[in-house]
Each structure stands twice: as structure tokens, then as C-alpha cells.
Design a protein around this ligand. Structure first.
Ligand SMILES: NC(=O)c1ccc[n+]([C@@H]2O[C@H](COP(=O)([O-])OP(=O)(O)OC[C@H]3O[C@@H](n4cnc5c(N)ncnc54)[C@H](OP(=O)(O)O)[C@@H]3O)[C@@H](O)[C@H]2O)c1
Length: 323
């Protein structure tokens, strides 16, 4: 089968090659992939960024698995031993276990769910990592109706889902994005929008109960200025490259905030079927819709990864199509 693979770090090492079709192990399914969402995660692994994380990406020589891609939407082709929740022919979306920019991919049955009926494979493939991350951050914040939340990167993958989820929960949402995304972010449910190319996001009175920062590389201290005493900064901007990348910012935030009048925390998103199903219910209920701004055939998947590298400017989600 054809897959986007690499045997060493660097986007130039990526190429579409013929590789053996994976076999579903115990608890796994084999999925015929129709579409696969693109995430900064794919850039982190492809480029080996930040470099300090390479041992956790598979080693110093190159990333493992060699096939890129984490999200998928497709049709179950076979099930491994012990799988009872899915059968061949089921339409599923979720997280692959060993790369999804491929014609076939294996996935743990505990990390996929049935595809929302109203979504195409391309739309469903946009959901897993970005929407699960948005959901888990906002849940960890304990966001409630009536609270004021500011979301940076509101026009991007996680941000555009976070705006919709927060608005569905009754929060007052302020989205931060560039000029071209202002109208879209407002349509997604933001009551206010800050165009960061024209206004200083960190200026003004403390007024937000929660700030969820996905982009912009804003210093914690600057974001803290617009958070009310006792409020919360959710740090999720992993866009820096280099030896340590954004890791010091993410790890230090909870410690530093002990000495400040607000709290700060990050969340490492967990891949699970329950949250995928919760998102599918939100889609079915009409409160969540993925925006896919561009699709790329497998041969051009590297272009999509370049779009989400570092401080990228992808609009909504980019999706690789396999069939
Ligand atoms: N904690 C976790 O488990 C977890 C999981 C997944 C991802 N992440 C991290 O989450 C971050 C966001 O991921 P994503 O999928 O949403 O990325 P994305 O789809 O690439 O979106 C990034 C957005 O950032 C905006 N942006 C770029 N420069 C900006 C600036 N100076 N100020 C404000 N916004 C700016 C861009 O919008 P404009 O075009 O409007 O500028 C773009 O839409 C990444 O750094 C990733 O590493 C963490």
C-alpha cells in the first residue's frame, strides 16, 4: 500500500512509498482510510521538533512509526482478536496507532468511534486530535455558562473547535485571530473577536475568567494581565522549534502561576473513544461542525504538514484524502 513515510527527521525526508499493509493486533482494527486530518503533531514528529523530545518520538535516528498521520476517518476492513465493538464495513473516525497518511491503518478499538452520520469522511477526519484537545482543555478548566473565555488561534484547528464548544456551553467567547478569519470566528459563536494584527491581545482590564492560548507565543505574564484574580490560563501553544521548543513555557506555567493572582495549566490530550463519541453527539446535535479549508491528495501531504509547521496559519483544518 502507499503511505507517507520517512526514515530520518526532516520534512525533506518525507516521501510516498510502497510499504507492507499493517496487520491488526489484539484489540485493533484495520481501517481503509478515506481521509486523515493534519495536525502540528505531524510536524513535530516529521521534523523531530523539539529536539529534546526525539527519544519519545522513536529515537535519535528518526521517528517511529515511520508513517506520518494521527487522525483518520474510514471503513473497518478487518478486526483483530478480541474486538467486539466494531465489524468490517463499519464507518469510523478516530486515532490511528501507527500512522494514517496511508491507504490502510491500524487503530486501537478504544481510540475510534462510529463516524457522525451527517459528516463526510473528510469532515470526520478533521475532528480527532484538534476537537478532542479543545474538549479536554475546556473541561479541565471547568468552563461554565456565563464565564468569559478568550481563545487564541481561534481560526485554527483546535481554536475553531474550542470556540464552538465554549459557545455551546454558554460561555461568552472572545476569539483571537488574524483579519481574514474574523468573520468565520464570529460565525462559529464568538461574541467578540480580537484581530491580533490590529490590537494588542494582552491589553486592557482583567476581564477573562479563562484564557485558552493555542497560538501567538504570548508570554504567560502578559496573558495574566487580562485574567481576573483567581482566573485560569490554559497554555497550549507548542509552536516553538529548537532544542527545547515550547516545553519550558508549558511546564513552567503551573509553577510560575503559584506566585501570581491567577492559575495556569496545560493538558496532554488523551486519545479515547468516549470523547470521540461525545464530539459525534455534539455534531449530531448541530453545535459542532468542522471547517476544512483545504484537502490534499497523499502525494501532496507534505505541503499540508508545512502549513501547520511552527506558528502556522492554517484555517480550520487541512485534510489528506486517500480515496
Ligand atoms: N496539549 C496537547 O495535547 C496538544 C494537542 C494538539 C496540539 N497541541 C498544540 O496546540 C497548538 C495549536 O494546534 P492547532 O492544531 O490549533 O494548530 P493550527 O491548526 O496550525 O492553528 C494555528 C493557528 O494559529 C494562528 N496564529 C498563528 N500565528 C498567530 C499569532 N501570532 N497570534 C495569534 N494566532 C496566531 C493561525 O491563525 P491566523 O491565520 O489567524 O494567524 C492558525 O490558525 C500547537 O502548537 C500544537 O502543538 C497540543
Amino acid at each position: 500500500m502507499r503511505a507517507l513515510t520517512q526514515d530520518s527527521y526532516g520534512l525533506d525526508a518525507l516521501a510516498v512509498r510502497d510499504v507492507p499493509e499493517p496487520l491488526p493486533a489484539k484489540g485493533q482494527v484495520l481501517v481503509r482510510v478515506n481521509a486523515a486530518g493534519v495536525n502540528p503533531y505531524d510536524w513535530h514528529f516529521a521534523a523531530g521538533q523539539p529536539m529534546i523530545a526525539r527519544p519519545m518520538m522513536g529515537g535519535l535516528g528518526g521517528p517511529r512509526p515511520q508513517v506520518r498521520g494521527a487522525d483518520l476517518s474510514g471503513v473497518v476492513a478487518a478486526v483483530g482478536p478480541g474486538v467486539t465493538a466494531f465489524a468490517p464495513g463499519d464507518e469510523v473516525f478516530g486515532f490511528g496507532a501507527a500512522g494514517t497518511f496511508a491507504e490502510r491503518a491500524v487503530a486501537n478499538a478504544t481510540r475510534i468511534a462510529h463516524r457522525p452520520v451527517d459528516l463526510t469522511h473528510i469532515e470526520a477526519a478533521a475532528l480527532p486530535m484538534a476537537a478532542v484537545t479543545a474538549l479536554q482543555f475546556l473541561r479541565a478548566a471547568g468552563l461554565t455558562a456565563g464565564q468569559r473565555v478568550m481563545i487564541t488561534g481561534a481560526g485554527g484547528g483546535i481554536g475553531h473547535f474550542a470556540v464552538q464548544i465554549a459557545a455551546a456551553w454558554g460561555a461568552h467567547v472572545t476569539g483571537v485571530c488574524s483579519t481574514r478569519n474574523v468573520a468565520m470566528v464570529r460565525e462559529l459563536g464568538a461574541s467578540d473577536v480580537i484581530d491580533y494584527t490590529r490590537e494588542d491581545v494582552t491589553a486592557g482590564e482583567p476581564r477573562f475568567d479563562v484564557v485558552f492560548t493555542n497560538a501567538g507565543r504570548y508570554p504567560l505574564r502578559a496573558l495574566g494581565r487580562v485574567v481576573v484574580p483567581g482566573g485560569l490560563v490554559l497554555t497550549n501553544d507548542g509552536s516553538k522549534a529548537g532544542l527545547f521548543g515550547s516545553m519550558p513555557d508549558l511546564l513552567a506555567a503551573p509553577l510560575v502561576s503559584r506566585f501570581r493572582p491567577y492559575r495556569a495549566m496545560s493538558v496532554s490530550a488523551s486519545e479515547n473513544a468516549e470523547d470521540l463519541a461525545a464530539l459525534a453527539r455534539m455534531v449530531d446535535g448541530g453545535v459542532l461542525l468542522p471547517i476544512v479549508s483545504a484537502t490534499y491528495p497523499l502525494d501532496r501531504a507534505v505541503e499540508a504538514i508545512r502549513q501547520v509547521a511552527g506558528a502556522g496559519h492554517a484555517r480550520g483544518k487541512l485534510v489528506v484524502t486517500l480515496s
